[in-house]
Design a protein around this ligand. Structure first.
Ligand SMILES: Cc1cc2nc3c(=O)[nH]c(=O)nc-3n(C[C@H](O)[C@H](O)[C@H](O)COP(=O)(O)O)c2cc1C
Length: 196
């Protein structure tokens, strides 16, 4: 099978303004899905920063907005990674997720219906990791998706990521890979469910 025909896992996450531990964590999880036979596409901090604030009443969409929505429409699974900002998900990640409202009236698959969605949260301490994962799970449920069982909660105060896809704690790498593998495990069911 050509690479372009492989089922797609889309990653949404990271922060803007430079090196992002959240984005590096997401990349590890996406690479694990890739090892299971998926192609991946990441919308990181720089991509999300190009999305305008979501206006539900807008009559046109920017090329970046259209590309984001179309790519999610093609996905068999998602992985969402957010930093904990003041105890919940960041505005940048939430703005990207708000844009998925554009799929509300899709006949084949409204929102994230029946899609597995892996979740990752980073925070500078443990407390916001838990509340951010809980917020992400609520959002995925609202979008009719299926949060996969294991979510990775990462304390960026004690774990450091490198450019090569590693981290100072190998257990964290293993947890992120588990997120990618669980998403890959259930993605084939999602593809079937999304078929009208
Ligand atoms: C606006 C803002 C709010 C934050 N709020 C929290 C918080 O409530 N709890 C916490 O543990 N860390 C908080 N942090 C720290 C980030 O969650 C943490 O550094 C995260 O790992 C950043 O991800 P990045 O490396 O991808 O930028 C906050 C950081 C910013 C910039």
């Amino acid at each position: 099978m050509a690479d372009s025909e492989l089922p797609l896992v889309v990653g949404i996450g990271g922060t803007i303004g430079g090196v992002s531990s959240t984005e590096r964590a997401l990349r590890i999880a996406l690479d694990a899905a890739c090892q299971q036979g998926f192609r991946t596409r990441m919308f990181g901090g720089a991509d999300m920063a190009r999305l305008p604030l979501y206006d539900p009443k807008a009559t046109t969409r920017t090329p970046e907005e259209r590309e984001f929505v179309e790519t999610v429409r093609q996905a068999s699974a998602l992985i969402i990674a957010s930093p904990g900002y003041h105890g919940s998900i960041s505005g940048v990640v939430k703005n990207a997720l708000d844009l998925l409202e554009e799929t509300a009236r899709d006949a084949a698959r409204p929102y994230l219906a029946d899609m597995p969605v892996g979740l990752i949260a980073t925070a500078y301490g443990w407390q916001a990791t838990g509340s951010t994962i809980a917020a992400l799970r609520s959002i995925v449920h609202a979008l009719r998706g299926w949060p996969t069982p294991f979510a990775a909660a990462i304390n960026s105060q004690i774990v450091k990521f490198d450019e090569e896809g590693g981290a100072s704690d190998p257990a964290v790498v293993e947890q992120l890979m588990l997120v990618g593998r669980q998403v890959a495990r259930f993605a084939p069911l999602a593809a079937t469910a999304a078929t009208p």
